[in-house]
Ligand binder design. Structure first.
Ligand SMILES: [Zn+2]
Length: 533
């Protein structure tokens, strides 16, 4: 028996968690965080409780109640019953979820796991972030570039179990030591990291009954892939992940078309982010638009874009080369580029040998540009985040030694394009951009209330520093990571599946309207309801 169950990505953009079953083989396609459902309950100052986060999110329906996938230490830490007894709390109902952990299911099923693997299409948080909740013994499959980018996301993350992507530091109960305020009291501590098993996908590979093939696609993070799954009964399922046809990776786009045109699979699970958007996009238009603004600016140019968007980096690097300026990038982006340069497939070259690229050194803590200021944000000073005391060789300081500081840019603003976004705007005080300076938002325009509030603040900064004169309005130049509506419909017609299941969209019904009369059946998935194949 084969089936699909959608635990996320239904009627919303992101949060993809799709379970595919083929008899005793089960795979998850992506396991991302649903920002939509998080936002239904939480905001900046109301968040799940640190040591109760999985239980809180299960209770609120933010993550699915599926037995046999979650970390046991996040569901119910070992030894809790004895501790509760000692504290005189007779029942453990505060810790109950009625969801069985991976380990419990392993015991019940004589060592056979419920889920065989998780396939990750790419490194956007709405596709991968919740793997931190999963038991580390569940194997992860993805491209080698996706794996590398996940490692970077962990290195640069805020820490805590939410960023335990490559290894889980199992929580356990311990008694505090003699020097504690309350010696011998119970406390929850994180243990040694237990590595998650990552497998990189090159050629087709069998996972249980299912033959999996990754097809590289162009998206706004490096390493993205679609998955073609061949089931034991001969049925084929194509899962697009997120994709576009207008980026810089024409080789991926062409390879994708070669593979899927006239594929005629039984099922196509497609993303539909921009199904209601007819406007064509192009990364080359972004390049041209930015080049015009940079050429005509008599001051400093600042550009905001996501640090994982290496395509946009390449676009801005090209613009810098063409206009004779130096592109000053954020240390997060530099860290990612430094990792990806080891993979020829990424097309990324060594950032330190680029003539027109340097890394920004932020002033923080003591505000004296002291090396000591960077110990809690190690990536800000160089390409290492794991420093050991007494071993200077583990500390890298490339950006401290060769990076650009605000006062250098201030002396010569027309020489630079600075990669910075709204959340970096304190830097404007140090940069003091001269008249004629420009800020370009090379990212999507605000689409929700919170982003609109931020935009109102952004405008005040632009006004205060006389940027984007005379009106001080933000200038947006962007090409989306997603294919447009007409492109998606053409893609579906060309692939010609029997059934298409649109996800990662707020408007799945448009698919039915646009595909009427094509002989392709559109089925709109429902959250948590199994679809038999
Ligand atoms: Zn994405």
């Amino acid at each position: 028996m084969t089936s699909l169950t959608f635990y996320g990505g239904v009627g919303e953009v992101g949060g993809n968690k799709v379970l595919i079953e083929d008899a005793e083989t089960r795979l998850f396609l992506d396991f991302g965080i649903s920002f939509h459902r998080m936002g239904d309950f939480y905001e900046e100052f109301l968040q799940p409780r640190t040591n109760n986060a999985l239980r809180d999110q299960l209770r609120l329906g933010i993550v699915p109640r599926v037995d046999g996938i979650y970390r046991s230490d996040l569901l119910k830490v070992e030894g809790i019953d004895e501790v509760l007894k000692e504290h005189g709390m007779g029942d453990s109902s505060l810790w109950e979820t009625n969801v069985k952990s991976y380990d419990e299911i392993i015991r019940e099923r004589d060592g056979k796991p419920f889920v065989d693997a998780v396939l990750l299409s790419h490194t956007h948080e709405d596709h991968f972030k919740h793997i931190s909740l999963l038991d580390e013994k569940i194997p992860i499959f993805c491209t080698e570039i996706t794996k590398a980018t996940i490692e970077v996301a962990e290195d640069l993350g805020r820490g805590g179990f939410e960023y335990e992507f490559t290894a889980a530091k199992g929580k356990s109960l311990k008694r505090t030591g003699k020097t504690a305020f309350f010696p011998g009291a119970f406390d929850l501590t994180s243990g040694e990291p237990r590595p998650r098993q990552f497998n990189t996908l090159a050629g087709p590979i069998s996972i249980g009954n299912i033959l999996v093939e990754a097809i590289p696609v162009d998206h706004s993070v490096p390493g993205g892939a679609s998955f073609l799954l061949s089931l034991s009964d001969g049925q084929r399922v194509l899962y697009t992940g997120d994709l576009r046809f207008h980026g810089r990776r024409n080789d991926y786009t062409e390879g994708f078309w070669k593979k899927v045109r006239n594929l005629r699979p039984n099922i196509l699970i497609t993303e539909g982010t921009r199904i209601d958007d007819d406007a064509p996009d192009s990364e080359l238009n972004v390049e041209e638009g930015c080049r015009k603004l940079v050429s005509s600016s008599a001051g400093l140019v600042m550009v905001g874009f996501a640090w994982k968007d290496t395509t946009r980096y390449q676009t801005l690097k090209t613009v810098a080369e063409q206009t004779g300026r130096t592109l000053v990038i954020s240390p997060k982006l530099a860290y990612l580029l430094n990792k990806l340069k080891d993979f020829p497939e990424s097309g990324i070259t060594d950032v330190l040998s680029e003539k027109s690229v340097r890394v920004y050194l932020e002033r923080k803590e003591s505000m004296l540009y002291s090396k000591q200021d960077y110990v809690s944000n190690k990536y800000a000073i160089g390409f290492s985040t794991k420093w050991s005391r007494g071993d200077a060789s583990t500390i890298r300081t490339e950006h401290y030694d060769r990076g650009v500081r605000a006062y250098e840019i201030r002396q010569n603003p027309t020489q630079y394009i600075v990669h910075m976004d709204f959340f970096d705007f304190n830097e404007l005080i140090d940069l003091e951009p001269p008249s004629g300076s420009v800020f370009i938002g090379a990212r999507s325009e605000p689409f929700n209330e919170e982003m609109k509030l931020d935009e109102a603040r952004l405008k005040r900064w632009l006004e205060r520093f006389h940027i984007n004169a005379p009106h001080h309005e933000p200038i947006y130049i962007h090409a989306s990571g997603h294919a447009s509506g007409p492109e998606l419909i053409q893609m579906i017609k060309d692939i010609h599946p029997q059934v298409v299941l649109p996800i990662h969209t707020e408007k799945p019904q448009i698919f039915g309207e646009k595909l009427a009369g094509t002989g392709i059946e559109v089925r709109i998935p429902e959250l948590g309801r199994e679809i038999k194949l």
